[in-house]
Design a protein around this ligand. Sequence first.
Ligand SMILES: C[S@@+](CC[C@H](N)C(=O)[O-])C[C@H]1O[C@@H](n2cnc3c(N)ncnc32)[C@H](O)[C@@H]1O
Length: 238
Amino acid sequence: MRTFDSRAVMPLNSRLLSCAEKITKNSRIADIGTDHAYVPIYLGLNKGITHAIASDINPGPLENARQNIRKYNLENIIETRISNGLENIESSEVDEVIIAGMGGNLISEILQKSLDQNKTFKKYILQPVQYDVKLREYLCRSGFDILHENIVESDKKIYIIIEVVYTGEKYNLTDFEKFLGKNIENNIKKQKDLCYKYLNKKLKELNNQKNGAEICRNFEKYKYCEKLIKEIEILKKL
Ligand SMILES: C[S@@+](CC[C@H](N)C(=O)[O-])C[C@H]1O[C@@H](n2cnc3c(N)ncnc32)[C@H](O)[C@@H]1O
């Protein structure tokens, strides 16, 4: 019997709230790189998850997590566990996995190591803070199907959240899809103003890359940036 105060709330910023909202009700979850454990606590209070593993590679953040879990009286459903990525987490104990607040390279490494251990989970919520292009490249060449992507603004920054399942079927994404996400056109229909900010952010990134490519005389990269800049400018007009 859970004894937490039913009025207890865990305020989440929109980045973490958007990750939490993608979790299926009554599922068992693992939050990799949990740090403060805010997401499992929110899910424990609001989404009826039956079991959560709040996991981190470092003991300091995990102690942080433990204190917060205790504060909300959720020790009976949220356990803490030291783990490098998904290394110490078994598929049999978890349905859905959240990996948020890390670079796309590190997220790809974590996913690959777990495939090397023959481990897959029902669903993954990925929130790369940078290198999202590298992450999409990894996902399509490794058989992770992108179900959905959405854009959120949190603390005046723009983030993306990618929901994926492992199918094992490899596929291709165009440069445009890798750079902006798989369903950018749909997102524009739903979140016009936010997408406009997102496109501007991505244009800035491309212009920086293009300048760098010009200085290094990297002709191929220069052309790649130029092509994407044109495509994004067209999209912006639409
Ligand atoms: C920036 S915090 C993100 C915290 C939270 N997930 C969020 O999005 O707000 C990154 C956390 O990931 C942890 N971390 C870094 N590499 C990791 C790995 N390979 N496996 C598990 N945790 C890792 C760090 O110790 C840190 O607590």
